[in-house]
Write a protein that binds this ligand. Structure first.
Ligand code: CAO
Length: 450
């Protein structure tokens, strides 16, 4: 016996199950030890009376050194010795249980061994043979070992069905029977009759076959998205997000829509929140025109190109995918005319009939994902723009009123991304505050109409 078992040199004694003077039978548990791999109960190799415990609980026991001394009747010593690879140094009427011999078969956690089998790694093929590789090979009686030897059965390959996994005579006979009948279960890599617990580990992983892949060209919309989003990677994004109270806007919208239902304005019978938001953005750009600008890097030095018209692109989810038609010159439009233009673009987008003119010339973008879902969005700036506003789903929340009372509020998350090369955080925040002001007090928009 070398002074290490599967690389283990010492184990901590967790607890003793016996004490000096106590009588033990062969296979009775004498102690529990903990290696860095597992905690294991060590069985007695002899029947007899415990004389000495060589360690206290909590001490480190050395592999190869005695654990206990046992007074053993002489015939017992002989019986055990005949079943060992070689004679032991057992004393006449005494014996040692040596840590290492006791550990040999059991130090590796059983479940690990079983998983290895399930993975199809036959024990017999492992590069380094073990001294005793069976889970409970040590727990077979000499008679059973004798039968297995006679039948040419490797006892270490059998999962015993007896107490504590002990391999019984029947286990060996059954294994030999299955092997002789050519059953794969009794091949030299598997146990003859897996226990219910083992069977779960031994079950094969389902075979799903090879992965299938198919290469597809991008659709036109995806190709456009690919180009513009790849270009946007050059823009250092600054994200600014806040919660905006839309309760007042929703109640105004309700009143407006009641009237429109009675008396539609052209083809508009209902206005969504979008025309109000678009107008609020335009009013903010009057105050902070930089967010309507673009960056020009074509010259020897980068420049900002300021633009008079507010051409607001509106991200739309269409049957063809994401497209961004543009409502032109929003500064010159009132909310009703914005609603009309939005309606026209939505109809064309649905039919896939938007013109190039409808899809180009944007100076800033509004993306409302909230009608689909999602509270937060981090929008991505497109080329030739320096800002984009993303809107999340409207939701009702409890909030504090002016006198500290709880009130119901309808809020939406507004997330701005700005090109941080030219727009600083403070400017973005101020512009966003202007939009928030108009959304939270939409009546103020009337005052600013041309
Ligand atoms: N939260 C909750 N409900 C919302 C909402 C929000 N943020 N935005 C819209 N809604 C509601 C509307 O109020 C409407 O309900 P009612 O008819 O009961 O009032 C319903 O959703 C449908 O709205 P709509 O789509 O007809 O109109 P809209 O003007 O609000 O939105 C548009 C238009 C084009 C923005 C929207 O249809 C759309 O396509 N959104 C997706 C945009 C997108 O894909 N963005 C991601 C871009 S990055 O990949």
């Amino acid at each position: 016996m070398s002074n290490s078992v599967q690389g283990i040199r010492e184990c901590e004694i967790i607890q003793w199950f016996v004490e000096p003077g106590a009588r033990v039978e062969e296979f009775d548990k004498i102690c529990e030890v903990q290696s860095d791999k597992a905690s294991v109960d060590i069985p007695s190799r002899f029947s007899g009376v415990i004389k000495t415990l060589h360690y206290e609980a909590g001490e480190m026991a050395k592999v190869g050194k005695p654990l206990i001394d046992i007074d053993v009747p002489e015939e017992e010593v002989e019986k055990v010795e005949t079943n060992q690879a070689g004679p032991k140094d057992g004393r006449e009427a005494g014996a040692e249980s040596v840590l290492g011999e006791a550990l040999g078969s059991t130090i590796e956690p059983p479940s690990l061994r079983e998983i290895k089998k399930a993975e199809g790694k036959p024990e017999a093929n492992t590069a380094k043979p073990r001294e005793v590789s069976g889970k409970h090979a040590a727990l077979a009686t000499p008679a059973v070992r004798h039968i297995s030897k006679e039948l040419g059965v490797d006892i270490t390959l059998i999962s015993g069905t007896g107490k504590d996994g002990r391999v019984s005579k029947d286990d060996v006979l059954q294994f030999a029977k299955l092997r002789d009948s050519g059953s794969s279960q009794a091949s030299q890599t598997q146990s003859a009759e897996p226990t219910t617990q083992n069977a779960a580990f031994l079950r094969q992983a389902p075979d799903h076959g090879p992965q299938t892949e198919e290469s597809k060209p991008l659709s036109n919309v995806q190709a456009m998205m690919f180009k513009s989003m790849t270009a946007s990677l050059k823009i250092p994004h600054f994200l600014y997000a806040d919660e905006v109270d839309v309760s007042a806007l929703f109640s105004l919208r309700k009143r407006v829509n009641k009237t429109l239902k009675r008396a539609p304005a052209g083809d508009v019978e209902k206005i969504s929140t979008m025309p109000f938001l678009i107008k609020a953005m335009s009013l903010a750009m009057d105050k902070y025109p930089i967010i309507n600008a673009r960056v020009d890097v074509s010259g020897p030095k980068p420049a900002l190109v300021m633009r008079k018209q507010h051409n607001i692109g509106v991200a739309m989810d269409t049957p063809q995918g994401l497209i961004v038609p543009v409502i032109k010159n929003v500064g010159a439009l009132n909310i009703l005319s914005i609603a009309q233009e939005l309606h026209r673009l939505q109809q064309l987008a649905k039919a896939g009939k938007l013109s190039n003119a409808d899809l180009s010339g944007g100076t800033i973008t509004l993306s409302n994902i909230g009608n689909i879902g999602g509270t937060y969005v981090s929008p991505v700036i497109v080329e030739k723009e320096v800002a984009i506003l993303g809107i999340g789903k409207m939701r009702a929340i409890p909030a504090f009123g002016e006198d500290g009372q709880i009130v119901k509020k309808e809020v939406m998350n507004f997330s701005w991304s700005a090109d941080h090369r030219v727009v600083d955080g403070a400017t973005m925040a101020k512009a966003a505050e202007v939009v928030r002001g108009f959304v939270e007090e939409p009546d103020m928009m009337l005052v600013h109409l041309h």
